[in-house]
Design a protein around this ligand. Structure first.
Ligand SMILES: *Cc1c(COP(=O)(O)O)cnc(C)c1O
Length: 371
Protein backbone atom coordinates (compact mmCIF):
# COMPACT_ATOMS: atom_id res chain seq x y z
CA UNK A 1 0.00 0.00 0.00
CA UNK A 2 1.39 3.38 -0.95
CA UNK A 3 1.58 6.07 1.71
CA UNK A 4 -1.02 8.68 0.75
CA UNK A 5 -0.38 11.95 2.56
CA UNK A 6 -3.29 12.64 4.92
CA UNK A 7 -5.03 15.90 4.10
CA UNK A 8 -7.29 17.59 6.63
CA UNK A 9 -9.86 20.22 5.65
CA UNK A 10 -10.51 22.98 8.18
CA UNK A 11 -14.09 21.73 8.38
CA UNK A 12 -16.17 19.05 6.69
CA UNK A 13 -19.87 18.32 7.11
CA UNK A 14 -19.64 15.03 5.15
CA UNK A 15 -19.26 12.59 8.09
CA UNK A 16 -22.28 14.12 9.85
CA UNK A 17 -24.33 14.24 6.64
CA UNK A 18 -23.58 10.62 5.80
CA UNK A 19 -24.55 9.48 9.27
CA UNK A 20 -27.78 11.50 9.47
CA UNK A 21 -28.79 11.18 5.81
CA UNK A 22 -31.93 9.11 6.46
CA UNK A 23 -33.11 11.27 9.36
CA UNK A 24 -32.64 14.51 7.44
CA UNK A 25 -34.48 13.15 4.39
CA UNK A 26 -37.32 11.92 6.63
CA UNK A 27 -37.55 15.42 8.14
CA UNK A 28 -37.78 16.94 4.66
CA UNK A 29 -40.48 14.46 3.58
CA UNK A 30 -42.51 15.15 6.69
CA UNK A 31 -42.53 18.91 6.06
CA UNK A 32 -43.38 18.44 2.39
CA UNK A 33 -46.25 16.16 3.33
CA UNK A 34 -47.54 18.64 5.91
CA UNK A 35 -47.48 21.32 3.22
CA UNK A 36 -46.92 23.93 5.96
CA UNK A 37 -43.70 25.95 5.89
CA UNK A 38 -43.68 28.77 8.47
CA UNK A 39 -44.69 28.70 12.16
CA UNK A 40 -46.13 25.25 12.50
CA UNK A 41 -45.75 22.04 14.39
CA UNK A 42 -42.06 21.49 13.47
CA UNK A 43 -41.12 24.89 14.84
CA UNK A 44 -43.09 24.27 18.03
CA UNK A 45 -41.59 20.81 18.52
CA UNK A 46 -38.02 21.99 18.05
CA UNK A 47 -38.51 25.00 20.31
CA UNK A 48 -39.80 22.73 23.06
CA UNK A 49 -36.94 20.26 22.62
CA UNK A 50 -34.26 22.95 22.57
CA UNK A 51 -35.68 24.76 25.61
CA UNK A 52 -35.61 21.45 27.52
CA UNK A 53 -32.08 20.78 26.29
CA UNK A 54 -30.86 24.18 27.53
CA UNK A 55 -32.82 23.91 30.77
CA UNK A 56 -35.00 27.00 30.22
CA UNK A 57 -38.71 27.64 30.07
CA UNK A 58 -38.88 29.17 26.61
CA UNK A 59 -37.29 28.98 23.18
CA UNK A 60 -38.40 31.17 20.27
CA UNK A 61 -37.13 30.33 16.79
CA UNK A 62 -35.96 33.12 14.48
CA UNK A 63 -34.18 33.68 11.20
CA UNK A 64 -30.53 33.67 12.30
CA UNK A 65 -28.18 34.37 15.20
CA UNK A 66 -27.79 38.09 14.49
CA UNK A 67 -31.57 38.53 14.58
CA UNK A 68 -31.81 36.58 17.85
CA UNK A 69 -29.60 39.18 19.56
CA UNK A 70 -31.37 42.14 17.91
CA UNK A 71 -34.77 40.78 18.99
CA UNK A 72 -33.60 40.38 22.60
CA UNK A 73 -32.20 43.93 22.73
CA UNK A 74 -35.39 45.35 21.23
CA UNK A 75 -37.56 43.30 23.57
CA UNK A 76 -35.64 44.74 26.53
CA UNK A 77 -36.27 48.20 25.10
CA UNK A 78 -32.56 48.85 24.58
CA UNK A 79 -31.91 51.35 21.79
CA UNK A 80 -30.86 54.89 20.96
CA UNK A 81 -28.87 56.56 23.72
CA UNK A 82 -28.09 53.27 25.47
CA UNK A 83 -24.73 51.52 25.75
CA UNK A 84 -24.09 47.79 25.72
CA UNK A 85 -20.87 46.13 26.89
CA UNK A 86 -19.41 43.80 24.24
CA UNK A 87 -16.12 41.90 24.15
CA UNK A 88 -13.47 43.46 21.91
CA UNK A 89 -12.73 39.98 20.52
CA UNK A 90 -15.84 38.37 19.05
CA UNK A 91 -17.58 37.75 15.74
CA UNK A 92 -18.86 41.08 14.42
CA UNK A 93 -22.52 39.97 14.68
CA UNK A 94 -22.43 40.47 18.47
CA UNK A 95 -21.62 44.14 17.89
CA UNK A 96 -23.84 44.59 14.82
CA UNK A 97 -26.82 43.49 16.91
CA UNK A 98 -26.19 46.39 19.29
CA UNK A 99 -25.93 48.79 16.34
CA UNK A 100 -29.11 47.41 14.71
CA UNK A 101 -31.00 48.00 17.95
CA UNK A 102 -29.80 51.61 17.77
CA UNK A 103 -27.56 51.39 20.85
CA UNK A 104 -23.79 51.98 21.14
CA UNK A 105 -21.34 49.11 21.66
CA UNK A 106 -18.66 49.62 24.33
CA UNK A 107 -15.70 47.26 23.97
CA UNK A 108 -14.11 45.45 26.89
CA UNK A 109 -10.88 43.50 26.42
CA UNK A 110 -10.66 39.71 26.83
CA UNK A 111 -8.69 37.44 29.11
CA UNK A 112 -5.95 36.03 26.85
CA UNK A 113 -6.07 32.63 28.54
CA UNK A 114 -9.74 31.92 27.76
CA UNK A 115 -10.34 34.51 24.97
CA UNK A 116 -13.57 35.49 26.76
CA UNK A 117 -14.36 38.95 28.17
CA UNK A 118 -12.24 39.84 31.21
CA UNK A 119 -14.78 40.62 33.95
CA UNK A 120 -12.21 42.67 35.87
CA UNK A 121 -12.33 45.27 33.09
CA UNK A 122 -16.12 45.61 32.86
CA UNK A 123 -16.82 48.04 35.71
CA UNK A 124 -14.41 50.66 34.33
CA UNK A 125 -16.43 50.65 31.07
CA UNK A 126 -19.83 51.25 32.68
CA UNK A 127 -21.57 54.63 32.41
CA UNK A 128 -25.05 55.80 33.43
CA UNK A 129 -26.12 54.85 29.90
CA UNK A 130 -25.05 51.17 30.16
CA UNK A 131 -28.07 48.87 29.90
CA UNK A 132 -26.70 45.38 29.25
CA UNK A 133 -23.68 43.10 28.99
CA UNK A 134 -23.29 40.80 26.00
CA UNK A 135 -21.79 37.63 27.47
CA UNK A 136 -20.28 35.91 24.43
CA UNK A 137 -19.31 32.27 24.97
CA UNK A 138 -16.49 32.51 22.48
CA UNK A 139 -15.10 29.51 20.61
CA UNK A 140 -17.42 27.19 22.62
CA UNK A 141 -16.48 28.07 26.20
CA UNK A 142 -18.82 29.89 28.57
CA UNK A 143 -17.92 33.41 29.64
CA UNK A 144 -17.20 33.95 33.38
CA UNK A 145 -20.87 34.14 34.29
CA UNK A 146 -20.54 34.48 38.08
CA UNK A 147 -18.55 37.71 37.78
CA UNK A 148 -20.70 39.00 34.91
CA UNK A 149 -23.98 38.30 36.74
CA UNK A 150 -22.63 39.88 39.95
CA UNK A 151 -21.67 43.10 38.15
CA UNK A 152 -24.98 43.16 36.26
CA UNK A 153 -26.96 42.75 39.48
CA UNK A 154 -25.02 45.50 41.24
CA UNK A 155 -25.66 47.94 38.39
CA UNK A 156 -29.14 46.86 37.25
CA UNK A 157 -27.98 45.59 33.85
CA UNK A 158 -29.42 42.86 31.64
CA UNK A 159 -27.17 39.91 30.79
CA UNK A 160 -27.58 38.71 27.22
CA UNK A 161 -25.70 35.56 26.27
CA UNK A 162 -24.38 35.33 22.73
CA UNK A 163 -24.42 31.53 22.67
CA UNK A 164 -23.94 31.23 18.90
CA UNK A 165 -20.74 29.21 19.36
CA UNK A 166 -21.71 27.32 22.50
CA UNK A 167 -24.60 24.86 21.93
CA UNK A 168 -24.34 22.37 24.77
CA UNK A 169 -21.46 24.09 26.58
CA UNK A 170 -21.86 24.12 30.35
CA UNK A 171 -20.84 26.44 33.16
CA UNK A 172 -21.02 24.95 36.66
CA UNK A 173 -23.18 22.18 35.20
CA UNK A 174 -25.71 24.52 33.60
CA UNK A 175 -26.00 24.94 29.88
CA UNK A 176 -25.26 27.98 27.78
CA UNK A 177 -28.61 29.60 27.05
CA UNK A 178 -29.72 29.41 30.68
CA UNK A 179 -27.05 31.60 32.30
CA UNK A 180 -28.34 35.16 31.84
CA UNK A 181 -31.61 37.03 31.26
CA UNK A 182 -31.88 35.77 27.66
CA UNK A 183 -29.64 34.09 25.10
CA UNK A 184 -29.28 34.21 21.33
CA UNK A 185 -28.27 31.12 19.34
CA UNK A 186 -27.26 30.78 15.71
CA UNK A 187 -27.89 27.58 13.77
CA UNK A 188 -25.69 28.64 10.85
CA UNK A 189 -24.52 25.37 9.22
CA UNK A 190 -20.99 25.59 10.65
CA UNK A 191 -22.09 25.95 14.29
CA UNK A 192 -22.02 22.97 16.66
CA UNK A 193 -25.77 22.59 16.05
CA UNK A 194 -26.30 23.75 12.50
CA UNK A 195 -29.33 23.89 10.21
CA UNK A 196 -29.12 23.32 6.46
CA UNK A 197 -29.30 27.07 5.96
CA UNK A 198 -29.75 30.13 8.17
CA UNK A 199 -31.64 29.79 11.45
CA UNK A 200 -31.48 30.96 15.06
CA UNK A 201 -33.39 31.16 18.33
CA UNK A 202 -33.77 32.97 21.62
CA UNK A 203 -33.88 31.12 24.95
CA UNK A 204 -35.09 32.61 28.23
CA UNK A 205 -36.89 31.81 31.46
CA UNK A 206 -38.96 34.99 31.15
CA UNK A 207 -42.37 34.22 29.57
CA UNK A 208 -43.14 37.89 28.83
CA UNK A 209 -39.80 38.39 27.11
CA UNK A 210 -40.37 35.22 25.03
CA UNK A 211 -43.78 36.51 23.96
CA UNK A 212 -42.36 39.88 23.00
CA UNK A 213 -39.46 38.34 21.05
CA UNK A 214 -41.93 36.15 19.16
CA UNK A 215 -44.12 39.12 18.30
CA UNK A 216 -41.13 41.29 17.28
CA UNK A 217 -39.96 38.55 14.91
CA UNK A 218 -43.42 38.25 13.37
CA UNK A 219 -44.13 41.82 12.19
CA UNK A 220 -44.73 42.90 15.77
CA UNK A 221 -47.92 40.87 15.73
CA UNK A 222 -49.37 39.06 18.74
CA UNK A 223 -52.13 37.56 16.62
CA UNK A 224 -52.85 37.71 12.92
CA UNK A 225 -53.16 41.25 11.51
CA UNK A 226 -52.92 42.75 14.99
CA UNK A 227 -49.66 44.68 15.36
CA UNK A 228 -48.47 45.99 18.71
CA UNK A 229 -44.82 46.68 17.76
CA UNK A 230 -42.98 47.81 14.63
CA UNK A 231 -41.54 44.33 14.28
CA UNK A 232 -39.47 42.57 11.66
CA UNK A 233 -39.76 39.30 9.79
CA UNK A 234 -37.47 36.78 11.46
CA UNK A 235 -38.95 33.33 11.94
CA UNK A 236 -37.69 29.77 11.99
CA UNK A 237 -38.75 27.86 8.85
CA UNK A 238 -40.52 24.56 9.38
CA UNK A 239 -37.92 22.87 7.19
CA UNK A 240 -34.98 24.14 9.25
CA UNK A 241 -36.81 23.33 12.50
CA UNK A 242 -37.34 19.76 11.29
CA UNK A 243 -33.64 19.39 10.36
CA UNK A 244 -32.59 20.84 13.72
CA UNK A 245 -34.93 18.50 15.61
CA UNK A 246 -33.33 15.58 13.76
CA UNK A 247 -29.84 16.74 14.70
CA UNK A 248 -30.42 17.80 18.32
CA UNK A 249 -30.41 14.26 19.80
CA UNK A 250 -26.90 13.82 18.35
CA UNK A 251 -25.46 17.11 19.67
CA UNK A 252 -23.98 15.81 22.93
CA UNK A 253 -22.31 12.89 21.18
CA UNK A 254 -20.94 15.17 18.47
CA UNK A 255 -19.67 17.68 21.05
CA UNK A 256 -18.02 14.79 22.95
CA UNK A 257 -16.17 13.90 19.78
CA UNK A 258 -14.94 17.50 19.46
CA UNK A 259 -13.71 17.24 23.07
CA UNK A 260 -11.87 14.03 22.23
CA UNK A 261 -10.09 15.79 19.34
CA UNK A 262 -9.32 18.83 21.54
CA UNK A 263 -7.98 16.58 24.31
CA UNK A 264 -5.54 15.02 21.86
CA UNK A 265 -4.45 18.45 20.60
CA UNK A 266 -3.97 19.67 24.18
CA UNK A 267 -2.01 16.58 25.21
CA UNK A 268 0.09 16.03 22.11
CA UNK A 269 0.82 19.44 20.59
CA UNK A 270 4.20 20.42 22.01
CA UNK A 271 5.77 23.38 20.31
CA UNK A 272 7.25 26.29 22.27
CA UNK A 273 6.11 28.63 19.47
CA UNK A 274 2.44 27.64 19.88
CA UNK A 275 0.21 28.72 22.78
CA UNK A 276 -2.66 26.29 23.41
CA UNK A 277 -6.12 27.36 24.60
CA UNK A 278 -7.14 27.05 28.26
CA UNK A 279 -10.27 25.48 29.72
CA UNK A 280 -11.53 27.56 32.66
CA UNK A 281 -12.57 25.92 35.94
CA UNK A 282 -16.23 24.88 35.96
CA UNK A 283 -16.52 25.00 32.15
CA UNK A 284 -17.26 22.18 29.75
CA UNK A 285 -15.92 23.47 26.44
CA UNK A 286 -17.63 22.40 23.19
CA UNK A 287 -14.74 23.51 20.94
CA UNK A 288 -16.59 25.36 18.22
CA UNK A 289 -13.11 26.68 17.44
CA UNK A 290 -9.75 25.28 18.57
CA UNK A 291 -7.79 28.53 18.74
CA UNK A 292 -4.01 28.55 19.17
CA UNK A 293 -1.75 31.59 19.20
CA UNK A 294 1.63 31.93 17.54
CA UNK A 295 3.81 35.06 17.15
CA UNK A 296 4.73 33.79 13.66
CA UNK A 297 1.09 32.98 12.87
CA UNK A 298 1.27 33.52 9.11
CA UNK A 299 4.36 31.28 8.84
CA UNK A 300 2.57 28.58 10.88
CA UNK A 301 -0.45 28.90 8.58
CA UNK A 302 1.79 28.51 5.49
CA UNK A 303 3.55 25.52 7.10
CA UNK A 304 0.21 23.77 7.70
CA UNK A 305 -1.19 24.68 4.26
CA UNK A 306 1.91 23.15 2.64
CA UNK A 307 1.11 19.92 4.51
CA UNK A 308 -2.50 19.80 3.33
CA UNK A 309 -4.00 21.08 6.59
CA UNK A 310 -6.77 23.66 6.47
CA UNK A 311 -6.82 26.50 9.00
CA UNK A 312 -8.81 29.64 9.67
CA UNK A 313 -8.47 32.88 11.66
CA UNK A 314 -11.05 34.00 14.24
CA UNK A 315 -10.89 36.90 13.52
CA UNK A 316 -8.25 38.49 11.25
CA UNK A 317 -9.32 42.13 11.81
CA UNK A 318 -10.60 43.32 15.18
CA UNK A 319 -14.03 44.92 15.02
CA UNK A 320 -12.84 48.38 16.10
CA UNK A 321 -10.48 48.37 13.09
CA UNK A 322 -13.21 47.45 10.57
CA UNK A 323 -14.50 50.15 8.22
CA UNK A 324 -18.01 49.56 9.55
CA UNK A 325 -16.92 50.87 12.95
CA UNK A 326 -14.61 53.68 11.83
CA UNK A 327 -17.28 56.02 13.26
CA UNK A 328 -16.29 54.98 16.79
CA UNK A 329 -12.85 56.52 16.17
CA UNK A 330 -11.00 53.87 18.18
CA UNK A 331 -7.34 54.09 17.12
CA UNK A 332 -4.92 51.24 16.46
CA UNK A 333 -3.40 50.17 19.77
CA UNK A 334 -6.39 51.21 21.88
CA UNK A 335 -7.56 47.60 22.37
CA UNK A 336 -4.19 45.80 22.38
CA UNK A 337 -5.48 42.38 23.47
CA UNK A 338 -8.06 42.17 20.67
CA UNK A 339 -5.35 43.30 18.27
CA UNK A 340 -2.92 40.72 19.66
CA UNK A 341 -5.47 37.91 19.13
CA UNK A 342 -6.23 39.11 15.59
CA UNK A 343 -2.52 39.12 14.76
CA UNK A 344 -1.60 35.77 16.31
CA UNK A 345 -4.68 33.48 16.40
CA UNK A 346 -4.91 30.42 14.18
CA UNK A 347 -7.77 27.89 14.28
CA UNK A 348 -6.96 24.21 13.76
CA UNK A 349 -9.28 21.68 12.06
CA UNK A 350 -12.16 20.67 14.32
CA UNK A 351 -15.25 18.83 13.13
CA UNK A 352 -17.36 15.79 13.89
CA UNK A 353 -15.97 12.75 12.11
CA UNK A 354 -12.29 13.75 11.96
CA UNK A 355 -10.31 10.51 11.88
CA UNK A 356 -7.54 9.68 14.35
CA UNK A 357 -5.17 9.72 11.41
CA UNK A 358 -6.25 13.28 10.56
CA UNK A 359 -5.86 14.42 14.17
CA UNK A 360 -2.38 12.88 14.24
CA UNK A 361 -1.49 14.64 10.97
CA UNK A 362 -2.46 18.02 12.45
CA UNK A 363 -0.48 17.35 15.64
CA UNK A 364 2.63 16.25 13.72
CA UNK A 365 2.44 19.23 11.37
CA UNK A 366 2.13 21.73 14.24
CA UNK A 367 4.94 20.04 16.18
CA UNK A 368 7.27 20.16 13.15
CA UNK A 369 6.89 23.94 12.78
CA UNK A 370 9.94 26.05 13.59
CA UNK A 371 9.79 29.84 13.86
C1 LIG B 1 -22.29 33.02 14.10
C2 LIG B 1 -22.32 34.03 15.18
C3 LIG B 1 -23.33 34.98 15.28
C4 LIG B 1 -24.35 35.24 14.20
O1 LIG B 1 -25.07 34.15 13.79
P1 LIG B 1 -25.73 34.12 12.32
O2 LIG B 1 -26.68 33.00 12.39
O3 LIG B 1 -24.63 33.92 11.36
O4 LIG B 1 -26.41 35.44 12.14
C5 LIG B 1 -23.37 35.81 16.38
N1 LIG B 1 -22.40 35.74 17.32
C6 LIG B 1 -21.39 34.87 17.25
C7 LIG B 1 -20.38 34.83 18.34
C8 LIG B 1 -21.30 34.00 16.17
O5 LIG B 1 -20.28 33.14 16.09
Amino acid sequence: MSQQPVTVPFVSFRPMERELDKELRAAFDRVLQNSWYIEGREDAAFEQAFAAYCGVGHCVGCGNGLDSLVLILKAFGIGAGDEVIVPSNTFIATVLAVSYAGATPVFVEPDLATYNIDPNRIEAALTPRTKAIMAVHLYGQCAPMDAINTIAKAHGLKVIEDAAQAHGATWQGRRAGSLGDAAGFSFYPGKNLGALGDAGCVTTNDPDLAKKVRALGNYGSDFKYHHIYKGQNSRLDELQAAFLAAKLPHLDRMNAERRRIADRYLAEIRNPAVVLPTVAAGCEHVWHVFAVRCAARDALEAHLTARGIGTNKHYPTPIHRQGAYAELGIPQGALPLAEEISATELSLPMFYGMTEEQVTAVINAVNSFKE
